[in-house]
Design a protein around this ligand. Structure first.
Ligand code: 26W
Length: 826
C-alpha cells in the first residue's frame, strides 16, 4: 500500500525539489566515486556513507550561502561554547529538515536499500553526558532554524560517552567508537589550526615606546585543528557550523629521538597531544578536578577565541567593535577560562588597555548556569592553574582585585560578603572558582528555569547578585520540536496535521489548536491508536533486548535520564516494590497493569548510582518472574540510554516521571519531550515542571511532594526521617524487604547502606516524599481508568507544549542577551 506522504515532507523553497530518480543517481555516483564500491558488493555501511554524502551535497549550497550572507551583511555572530554536544544521529535530521524524506526513501528503495535500516546504522554522536549537552544540540538546530548566524564550538572527542552494558545487572562501561567507520559529515580544516600553549613562565617585555607588556612563554605547545559539521535548520532556513577541535602534535615524530633508535619515545609528543581530545569526561555532576580536564577546557577555549578574534579582525580590522559584532555564550563554567584568555588576547597580544579590554570582554560574554549542586561547581587549585596557565592566573588575580575593590568601595561589602564574591576560595587550599569568574566577566548570567534562576539569586550567587543586580536573568530551556516530535513521532505528526493543518510545523504555538479537539472521541481514539502503535514498537524492542514480554495495553510508566540520587530513581523503584507487595497481598483486587521503564547511565565513579541500577535490575528479575504478579507489573531497565534510544521510548510513554527532590533539578528537558508526545507528567514542583504545571494547567499534570522551600527547611532543621518511615507501613515494608536482601539473596547486605541512608539523613527526601508519591500514583491509576479523561489530558499536553520549544528559548537569548535577530540592523 503506498504510504501517505509525511506532512513534514515540505520541500525547501527554491528551485524545485529533486526527484527520487535524481537522488538515486546521486547516491549511486557517490557510492562509486567517493566510497569506491560497486553497488553489487556494497555493504550497508557503504550505502549509508553514499547516502550521507549525497544528502550532504544538497546541504552545501545553503551552507555556503549562509556564510556569504553573514559576511555580506556584517550581522552580529553568536558563538556557543560548550564542552558537550549530544547531537545523536545527523542523517535523518538533515534529510527531514531539507524536506527530502520521501524522495530519499524512494531513491533507496529503487536501489533495494531500506532507509530505516540505514538510519539505524548511523552511530550516535554522543559528545555529551546528558541535559547540558543535549540542550546545546537543540540550540544549534534552533539557531539555524531562526536564521541566526551562529557557530557551535567544542571538542571532537574520539570517544564520546561510554557504552553501557549490563553484567548480572551491574553497569559496565565500554569505550564508544563513533568514528570507527569514519564520519562523512565532517570537514577537516587543516588551514584553521591554532597553537595552544601550556606551562612555562611569564616575562615582562618593554616595547620600543616604553610600555611594559606581560608575555607568556609556554614550554609546551600543540595544535588545535578544526573539524566542521553543517547544522541544518528547519526547511533549510540556514546552515550553521559546528566547529569541533582536535588536538595534534606540532611535531608528529621527534626525529632526533627516532634517529637515535628511540622509536617509541619519538611518538611521545604525538601521544600526549592526542590525549587531550581522546575522551569525554563521563561525569555530569561532580567536578573531578583533574588536570586533563582543565587542559581540555583551556585547549578548546583558546582555539575558539583565537578563531573568533581572527575572524573579527579580518572583517572589521579593529577590536573595539567586538561586543557589537560578537556574542559568546558560555555553556556552564566549562569554558569559563575564556574570560581570562580573552583578556590575554586583548591586552598582551593586541596592546589594549586593561579597562578597555575588560569592557569589551564583559560586553561580549554571557554565561549560563546549569546546576546548583555544590559538588558540581568547578574550582581549580591555584597551584595547578599557576603551573599550567601562569599568565591566566595573574589575570585572574587582577580581575579579582578590581572586583573586590568595587565591592568594598561602591557596595560597602562586609568581609563575609567579600569572601563570597571572591574568585579565590580560601577554604582548605586556595582554589579558583570558575562560576565567579564567569559571572564577573559576563554582562548576562542566566538560569535555565524560573525556579532555578530564583534559587541562583538566593544561594550560590546571592552576593554577586547584590553587587550586579541587573545581570541575572532567566531563559527557560526548550527542545527542538523537529527531532522530538516530527522526526521521532511521524505518525502523531501526521495525525495532528490532518486535524489542524500543517501550520504547526512552522509555528509550534499553533499546536494550541488541538485543544479544541482534546475531548473529541474520534480524535482521542486516533491519538490513542498512535500511542498504542508506538508502545507495540517499544514492546518489541524490550522483547529483543531483554527477552521480557510486556503488554502494550498496560500503562507505560517511564523514567529515563542520568542516574542520580537527586533524580530519585530510588523513589520510583521502591514504589514498584510497594506495588509488588500490594499485588501479592490482594490477589482479589483489580490493579492497573503497569510497565515501569528505566534507562540511564551512571557516572563510572558514582557508587550509589551504580547500585541503584543494580537494584532496579534485581527488583525487575524478581517481579517479572513471579507468577503471583499475574503480569500486572513489569520492570525493565533498557541498557545504553542515548539520544536514539530516547527517540524510541519517548513516543511510547504514557506517564513521564519527573520526580527530582524539589530545588535540585535546574530545569529538565526530558519532561518537555514527553509532554510533546502526549505523555502525562507525574512530578515535583522542581525546575521547568513548575512552568509546565502553569502551561498545561493543574488538571493535566500530577504534582506531588515537598516544595523547594520545604526541603530547605527540613534540611536546615536537621529533621530525622524515621518518623516518616514509622508512619508509613507500606514504605517500611518495602524498605525492609530491600534492606534485608529479598531482592539480593546472593548478597543479602547489598542494599543495607543504601536503604540505611534513608533512615539516617535522607538528604534527597525519598522517605519523606514517599506517601505523597504513592498517592499521586494512585491518582494516575484513577485517571488512566477514565479513558476519556486520560486522553483529554494527553492531547492537552501536546497542545500546550509550544512554550517549551527551543525556538522560543533561542528567540529570548537572541533578543535579551545577544542582541541579534530580526530587529538587528544589517
Ligand atoms: C564538572 C562536572 C559537571 C559536568 C556537567 C558538572 C555539571 C555538569 C552539567 C551542568 C550537568 C547538567 O547537564 N545539568 C543539566 O542541564 C540541563 C540543561 O540546562 C538541565 O535541564 C538539567 O536540569 C541539569 O541537570
Amino acid at each position: 500500500m503506498p504510504q501517505k506522504p509525511l506532512v513534514t515532507d515540505a520541500p525547501i523553497p527554491g528551485p524545485g525539489a529533486p526527484t527520487a530518480e535524481a537522488l538515486q543517481a546521486e547516491i549511486l555516483e557517490r557510492l562509486i566515486y567517493s566510497v569506491g564500491k560497486d553497488p553489487v558488493v556494497a555493504r550497508p555501511h557503504d550505502w549509508l556513507e553514499a547516502t550521507i554524502l549525497a544528502v550532504r551535497d544538497r546541504v552545501m549550497d545553503r551552507w555556503m550561502e549562509s556564510s556569504r550572507e553573514t559576511w555580506r551583511t556584517s550581522k552580529k555572530r553568536v558563538y556557543y561554547l560548550s564542552l558537550e554536544f549530544l547531537i545523536g544521529r545527523l542523517m535523518r535530521d538533515a534529510i527531514s529538515n531539507i524536506g527530502l524524506m520521501e524522495p530519499v526513501r524512494q531513491a533507496l528503495k529503487n536501489l533495494k536499500v531500506d532507509l530505516g535500516d540505514l538510519i539505524n546504522l548511523e552511530p550516535d554522536a554522543a559528545l555529551g553526558n546528558g541535559g547540558l549537552g543535549r540542550l546545546a544540540a537543540c540550540f544549534l538546530e534552533s539557531m539555524s532554524t531562526l536564521k541566526i548566524p551562529a557557530y557551535g564550538y567544542g571538542i571532537r572527542y574520539v570517544h564520546g560517552l561510554f557504552r553501557q552494558e549490563m553484567s548480572e545487572g551491574w553497569q559496565v562501561e565500554l569505550p564508544e567508537d563513533w568514528l570507527a567507520h569514519g564520519n562523512p559529515w565532517e570537514f577537516e580544516r587543516r588551514e584553521s589550526a591554532y597553537e595552544i600553549g601550556f606551562g612555562g613562565h611569564v616575562e615582562p617585555v618593554t616595547d620600543p615606546d616604553g610600555t611594559v607588556r606581560q608575555e607568556w612563554r609556554p614550554n609546551d605547545h600543540l595544535l588545535a585543528v578544526a573539524y566542521d559539521t553543517p547544522i541544518v535548520g528547519w526547511r533549510g532556513a540556514r546552515v550553521n557550523t559546528l566547529r569541533l577541535w582536535s588536538a595534534q602534535p606540532i611535531d608528529p615524530i621527534l626525529l632526533d629521538k627516532f634517529n637515535s633508535g628511540d622509536h617509541i619515545g619519538a611518538l611521545e609528543e604525538s601521544a600526549r597531544a592526542g590525549a587531550i581530545t581522546r575522551v569525554l569526561y563521563p561525569a555530569d555532576s561532580t567536578a573531578a578536578g583533574q588536570e586533563l580536564r582543565l587542559r581540555q577546557e583551556f585547549f578548546f577555549s583558546s582555539a575558539s577565541l583565537q578563531d573568533i578574534v581572527r575572524r573579527h579582525l579580518q572583517h572589521y580590522g579593529d577590536l573595539g567593535s567586538l561586543p557589537d559584532k560578537v556574542a559568546i555564550q558560555l555553556n556552564d563554567t566549562h569554558p569559563a577560562i575564556s574570560i581570562a584568555e580573552m583578556m590575554r588576547i586583548l591586552v598582551d597580544l593586541n596592546g589594549l588597555k586593561w579597562a578597555e579590554a575588560w569592557r569589551l570582554t564583559r560586553g561580549t560574554f554571557g554565561y549560563t548556569n546549569h546546576t546548583l549542586l555544590p559538588e558540581a561547581l568547578e574550582s581549580w587549585p591555584v597551584s595547578l592553574m599557576e603551573r599550567l596557565l601562569p599568565r591566566h592566573m595573574q589575570i585572574i588575580y587582577q580581575i579579582n582585585a578590581d572586583v573586590l575593590a568595587e565591592a568594598r568601595q561602591r557596595a560597602r561589602f562586609s568581609d563575609a560578603q567579600i569572601a563570597s564574591v571572591s574568585l579565590i576560595d580560601e577554604h582548605g587550599g586556595r582554589r579558583v572558582r570558575m562560576g565567579q569568574l564567569a559571572f564577573v566577566g559576563s554582562h548576562s548570567i542566566n538560569g535555565v528555569s524560573a525556579l532555578h534562576t530564583e534559587l541562583m539569586k538566593q544561594t550560590v550567587f546571592a552576593d554577586l547578585h547584590k553587587l550586579y543586580p541587573e545581570r541575572i536573568n532567566n531563559k527557560t530551556n526548550g527542545i527542538t520540536p523537529r527531532r522530538w516530535l516530527m522526526q521521532c513521532n511521524p505518525e502523531l505528526t501526521r495525525l495532528i496535521g490532518d486535524r489542524i493543518g500543517p501550520g504547526f510545523l512552522d509555528d509550534i504555538n499553533l499546536l494550541k489548536g488541538l485543544d479544541a479537539h482534546a475531548d473529541d472521541p474520534t480524535f482521542q481514539d486516533q491519538f490513542a491508536a498512535v500511542k498504542f502503535a508506538n508502545k507495540e514498537r517499544l514492546a518489541r524492542l524490550i522483547k529483543t533486548r531483554l527477552n521480557v514480554t510486556v503488554s502494550p495495553d498496560a500503562l507505560f510508566d517511564v523514567q529515563i535520564k542520568r542516574i542520580h540520587e537527586y533524580k530519585r530513581q530510588l523513589l520510583n523503584i521502591i514504589q514498584a516494590v510497594a506495588m509488588y507487595d500490594e499485588i501479592r497481598a490482594h490477589p482479589e483486587r483489580d490493579f492497573v497493569p503497569r510497565v515501569k521503564v528505566f534507562a540511564g547511565k551512571a557516572a563510572p565513579g558514582y557508587w550509589n548510582a551504580k547500585l541503584i541500577i543494580k537494584l532496579i535490575n534485581d527488583v525487575a528479575k524478581v517481579i517479572n518472574n513471579d507468577p503471583a504478579v499475574r503480569g500486572l507489573l513489569k520492570v525493565v531497565f533498557l541498557p545504553n540510554y542515548n539520544v536514539s534510544l530516547a527517540e524510541m521510548i519517548v513516543p511510547a510513554a504514557d506517564l513521564s516521571e519527573q520526580i527530582s527532590t524539589a530545588g535540585m533539578e535546574a530545569s529538565g528537558t526530558g519532561n518537555m519531550k514527553f509532554m510533546a508526545n502526549g505523555a502525562v507528567t507525574i512530578g515535583t514542583m522542581d525546575g521547568a515542571n513548575v512552568e509546565m504545571h502553569k502551561e498545561v494547567g493543574a488538571d493535566n499534570i500530577v504534582i506531588f511532594g515537598m516544595s523547594a522551600e520545604e526541603v530547605n527547611e527540613k534540611r536546615a532543621r536537621g529533621e530525622v526521617p524515621r518518623t516518616a518511615i514509622d508512619k508509613s507501613p507500606r514504605l517500611k515494608e518495602a524498605l525492609e524487604s530491600v534492606a534485608s536482601g529479598v531482592f539480593s539473596p546472593d548478597d543479602p547486605n547489598r542494599y543495607r547502606d543504601l536503604i540505611g541512608g534513608l533512615y539516617d539523613h535522607d538528604w534527597f527526601m525519598v522517605a519523606r516524599d514517599f506517601d505523597a508519591y504513592e498517592a499521586a500514583q494512585e491518582r494516575v491509576n484513577e485517571l488512566w481508568l477514565d479513558r476519556k479523561r486520560w486522553y483529554g489530558m494527553a492531547v492537552r499536553n501536546t497542545a500546550r507544549v509550544g512554550f517549551f520549544s527551543s525556538d522560543r528559548t533561542i528567540s529570548q537569548y537572541a533578543a535579551e542577551i545577544w542582541g541579534v535577530g530580526e530587529q538587528q540592523a544589517s
